[in-house]
Design a protein around this ligand. Structure first.
Ligand code: SAM
Length: 336
């Protein structure tokens, strides 16, 4: 069967396979093709230009003849329904918070039997809460731990899900931010967590400096570990309050990333302070369907005005649906 695919040297095949899985673009109904030097990974859809930009060097988009994959049993074959779960490293996170213990155990058992990459199954006991945006979990089955290493776009992120925020759901968003950053830029990631955005940017070698700030000491402990794990040098990890740290880096940033969607508006004065003339703020918010962008843009205008600066709105988008009638949005503005 002829399909569009990514051709890549064999030594980069595993990195590419994981990237395509993260992007949800690998066609797993077809067998990965190979010859002496290359692997051919079949695609389920046309990749976006920003996605192509993130692929390993020497990747090539071509057509190739594939064989159909022999089907392995999936969790739904054992359960009779498709469980809803998210995979972070080798941990599966059950998404339905209302599952009773018996049903959660059945799902966990099916996941451990059919998905060799899953070693632990967790059920969240709370939503993402508090200043540090963390959750409590119950271990349903497998190894009793909440720490794992997640791979994304060729980077590795160690995280304890009970101690610091991390979600793979923002991986496409992170690659989108990468497409905004230019050679030699300075980036300030005001709410960096364990570093998935900061480290991706630093590893691309485009920015000359990334300043990654977080107030949660546990997040910064993992951030520092992840900087070492990914051998990135052009990045500085800071444990502190973004508002206080902004004063030390005033007027230095070409890009300011404000990924604290529930409260980012409270930090707009600091983001404006950080931004060079002509620099860009990547502002995230949670907003209602009937006022997706306007109130947030007004708050950005007001913060810029207080600093005697001007705003040019460059882009506004829905990142994902957050709750009924509520969206996680992103607004990109230039601060002049
Ligand atoms: N950007 C990271 C990511 O995508 O995984 C983490 C985003 S998480 C939604 C927000 C982060 O902001 C948390 O790690 C939290 O500890 C941090 N945070 C909350 N208030 C803060 C503050 N005042 N200063 C710095 N970091 C803060």
């Amino acid at each position: 069967m002829r399909r569009q695919c990514i051709k890549v040297p064999k030594k980069k095949g595993e990195t590419l396979r994981r990237m395509l899985l993260d992007l949800d673009i690998l066609d797993s109904s077809l067998k990965i093709g190979s010859d002496k030097s290359f692997l051919y990974l079949p695609l389920s859809r046309e990749p976006a230009p920003t996605e192509l930009e993130c692929l390993p060097e020497e990747s090539e988009l071509i057509d190739f003849d594939f064989e159909l994959q022999q089907k392995k049993p999936a969790p739904e074959n054992l359960l009779g329904f498709s469980p809803s779960y998210e995979v972070i490293g080798d941990i599966a996170l059950l998404e339905d918070a209302d599952l009773d213990r018996r049903k959660a155990s059945r799902i966990a058992d099916a996941l451990l039997r059919t998905q060799p990459n899953i070693k632990t199954v967790l059920k969240p006991l709370t939503p993402v809460i508090g200043e540090f945006r963390v959750r409590e979990f119950e271990v349903i089955a497998g190894e009793p731990r909440t720490e794992t290493i997640h791979r994304e776009y060729g980077c590795r992120y160690k995280v304890d899900l009970a101690k610091a925020y991390f979600t793979p759901r923002l991986s496409t968003e992170r690659s989108r931010i990468l497409s905004w950053v230019k050679e030699g830029n300075t980036v300030v990631d005001m709410f960096a967590g364990v570093g998935p955005c900061s480290i991706l940017l630093a590893k691309s070698k485009k920015p000359s400096k990334v300043i990654a700030i977080d107030k949660n000491p546990e997040a910064v402990r993992y951030l520092k570990e992840n900087i070492a794990l990914n051998s990135v040098k052009n990045i500085k990890a800071i444990e502190g309050d973004a508002r206080e740290e902004a004063k030390k880096f005033a007027g230095t940033a070409d890009h300011v990333i404000m990924n604290l969607p529930h409260n980012a508006y409270e930090f707009l004065d600091s983001a404006v302070l950080l931004t060079k003339p002509g620099g860009i703020i990547h502002y995230y918010g949670i907003t209602p369907e009937d006022d997706l962008f306007e109130s947030s843009i007004k708050l950005i205008w007001e913060a810029a005005e207080r600093a005697g600066r001007h705003v040019e709105v460059l882009e506004k988008r829905i990142v994902r649906s957050y709750a009924p009638y509520q969206y996680n949005i992103c607004i990109e503005v230039r601060i002049i």
